[in-house]
Design a protein around this ligand. Structure first.
Ligand code: SF4
Length: 201
């Protein structure tokens, strides 16, 4: 029994080590005088400089990233979330404090998932980031089988490529692609392994 407790405690400690962020402090709410919108600014309890490039790659297609400043904005659940290297986060559509806290809890989860990815695969290299910044629907289309078979629920590979890039579909939904080892390995090679994974392959 004693051993079991120790193992559980060890597992919990190990899980804890994988978390970069444990909490946040709300710095204030912002009203937009031009539109009926309320936003919140918070400070997470960790710096985000190392994790922001990983967050960008994990959210490719729905993110806009300024590499020089390491400032990242992600469209998620109908709102814009901006991450700054010093740990600040701002998000819009936070109508009440309760809604803001719910959204911030999701942000903490998102950052910790990116941190786990960083621990597992290391930081992205410059070439990966350059590729990700230039990624277009054409790059996605080029790795698809081009059969226009509709098995992904879209009429054409082109529509599917657009949806993948917008984060509305995953490459794994294209069965002719994932059923072929040759096609998937070529796609991973062409897109880059981390980008392919972010797009669902
Ligand atoms: S399932 Fe794949 S091959 Fe078929 S239309 Fe969709 S993207 Fe194209």
């Amino acid at each position: 029994m004693g051993d079991e407790v120790d193992i559980l405690a060890l597992m919990e400690r190990e899980e804890g080590r994988k978390k970069l962020v444990r909490g946040y402090k709300i710095l204030g709410f912002e009203e937009n005088p031009l539109v009926p919108c309320r936003g919140v600014v918070a400070k997470l309890d960790a710096e985000l400089g190392d994790v922001i490039p990983v967050l960008f790659l994990m959210n490719i297609g729905k993110a806009s990233y300024i590499p020089g400043e390491k400032v990242l904005t992600i469209r998620e659940g109908g709102r814009l979330i901006t991450f700054y290297p010093d740990g600040r986060v701002s998000l819009n559509r936070a109508w009440t404090e309760e809604a803001a806290r719910r959204a911030l809890d999701d942000v903490v989860k998102m950052v910790n998932e990116a941190y786990a990815e960083l621990l597992r695969y290391g930081p992205p290299d410059e070439e990966e980031l350059r590729r990700a910044l230039r990624l277009s629907w054409k790059d996605v289309l080029d790795v698809l089988p081009g059969e226009n078979c509709g098995k992904c629920g879209r009429e054409t590979c082109y529509s599917f490529a657009i949806d993948v890039l917008r984060g509305k579909a995953r490459l794994s939904e294209c069965t002719p692609l994932i059923k072929s080892w040759e096609r998937t390995s070529k796609a991973r090679e062409r897109l880059g392994h981390r980008i392919a994974r972010a797009l669902g392959l």
